[in-house]
Design a protein around this ligand. Structure first.
Ligand code: GCO
Ligand code: MG
Length: 403
């Protein structure tokens, strides 16, 4: 028995907002978990403070599965990003504690390493194709084996995935949602050209990825996938919104380009049909938004039955605590595909000292007991919360569209 005696929520903004849960046991062992939900940070903080922490005190920190079930089933109101991010934070913190008590890195508790390192993909973006490929070249020189390509669309003022700061892309850049304009027609011609030029310039030894960010209808996505086939993309991501999972049937009928989806999913139920019908190739659910390591393992085991591999979301709005948890999961899971890796700023890295390291296009979680990540609370206190929202998208005639 390792009794939970205290838990607190730390909100900090070292360049962007992060919500962290810190749990402490009677033996003085502490564990941390990420609870960041971009643009809705304080809702998760409140859910944790008001509804979860009071239920945790006195429980045995070692009963990770039972606590997960208690928080999930016990709320009566199941699922949803706020609830599942809060449960995820508890779950991560408890795995961290278990690892520290055992004196082992979490990946060892999950069955040990299934590979030597975790292949990651970096983000190359630019206003023009040339600029994007300059950045991609830079990633290649740094050893990246997989690179995501996003380029500006001629005729559109701003495009998803294209930022001023090339190494630290941050879409939540406004205290109220910024309005952007979208045109599928203009976009559809740009991406095949981007990939054609990318293969000429970068060659065939590097994996190339692209994020559609929920903008297309299924038949448009089928067309894009088909147009990209000659350039063998590793995947196209979030080709169409996925509330209706059957939408992916139509895309599948028209293209062999691999499909990835799921960064906004928060439970196994969001991807059940997509996986069962083998409508996707990669599931992008992530530790923080899909109920923690415990639930993500369940999703991955289910996906493995159908040949679907993992490709966890790893944008900057997932804190280093989530990145560490993802890496322990990635290193151990049999059906690993790839891990997204957007570097955090030096300010964020200083608030969250961590054991994970990058070399040769791969990340490794390190050998520190637990998750191998901490929060410097004194430093965190110097960066108070700042409201920040993701943009919204409208069509050229003003119609609201998916961002
Ligand atoms: C990705 C994502 C991000 C999201 C962001 C939202 O593939 O990395 O699409 O860029 O937009 O994480 O909070
Ligand atoms: Mg994405």
């Amino acid at each position: 028995m390792s009794k939970i005696t205290a838990a607190k929520v730390i909100v900090t903004c070292p360049g962007r907002n992060f919500v962290t849960l810190k749990i402490e046991t009677a033996d003085g062992v502490t564990g941390i978990g990420d609870a960041t939900l971009n643009g809705r940070e304080l809702s998760v903080a409140s859910y944790l403070n008001d509804h979860v922490i009071p239920c945790l005190i006195g429980r045995d920190a070692h009963q990770i599965e039972d606590i997960w079930q208690y928080l999930y089933k016990g709320a009566y109101w199941r699922r949803g990003p706020v609830t599942m991010s809060a449960i995820a934070a508890v779950d991560m913190a408890l795995w961290d504690i278990k690892g520290k008590v055992a004196g082992l890195p979490v990946y060892q508790l999950l069955g040990g390493a299934s590979r030597t390192g975790v292949m990651v993909y970096g983000h190359a973006n630019g206003e023009t194709i040339e600029e994007t490929l300059d950045v991609a070249q830079h990633y290649k020189e740094q050893g990246y084996k997989a690179i995501r390509l996003q380029s500006g669309v001629p005729g559109l003022k701003a495009t998803y995935g294209v930022s001023k700061d090339k190494m630290f892309y941050e879409p939540a850049d406004s205290d109220l949602p910024k309005e952007t304009i979208w045109s599928t027609h203009k976009y559809m011609r740009t991406v095949p050209e981007l990939f054609a030029q990318a293969r000429e310039r970068l060659g065939w030894d590097v994996h190339l990825l692209h994020d559609v960010h929920h903008r297309l209808t299924p038949i448009e996505a089928g067309r894009l996938g088909k147009d990209l086939e000659p350039y063998r993309p590793f995947w196209i991501e979030d080709a169409t919104p996925a509330e209706n999972q059957a939408r992916f049937r139509l895309i599948r009928q028209h293209t062999t380009t691999p499909l990835a989806v799921g960064e906004v999913f928060n439970s196994i139920w969001d991807c059940k049909q997509l996986i069962e019908e083998q409508l996707i190739d990669y599931i992008r659910a992530t530790v923080v938004h899909a109920g923690g390591i415990t639930h993500l393992r369940r999703i991955a085991s289910f996906a493995d039955l159908y040949g679907v591999r993992t490709g966890c979301h790893g944008a900057t709005d997932l804190s280093p605590a989530c990145m560490a948890a993802a890496l322990h999961f990635d290193l151990s899971v049999p059906n690993f595909g790839v891990q997204e890796y957007m570097r955090h700023t030096p300010e964020t890295d200083a608030v969250f000292p961590h054991a994970y390291t990058f070399s040769d296009g791969e990340l490794h979680p390190g050998e520190a007991p637990g998750l191998g990540v901490d929060i410097d609370e004194e430093l965190a206190a110097k960066y108070p919360y700042k409201p920040a929202y993701l943009p919204v998208a409208r069509l050229e005639d003003g119609t609201m569209h998916d961002w």
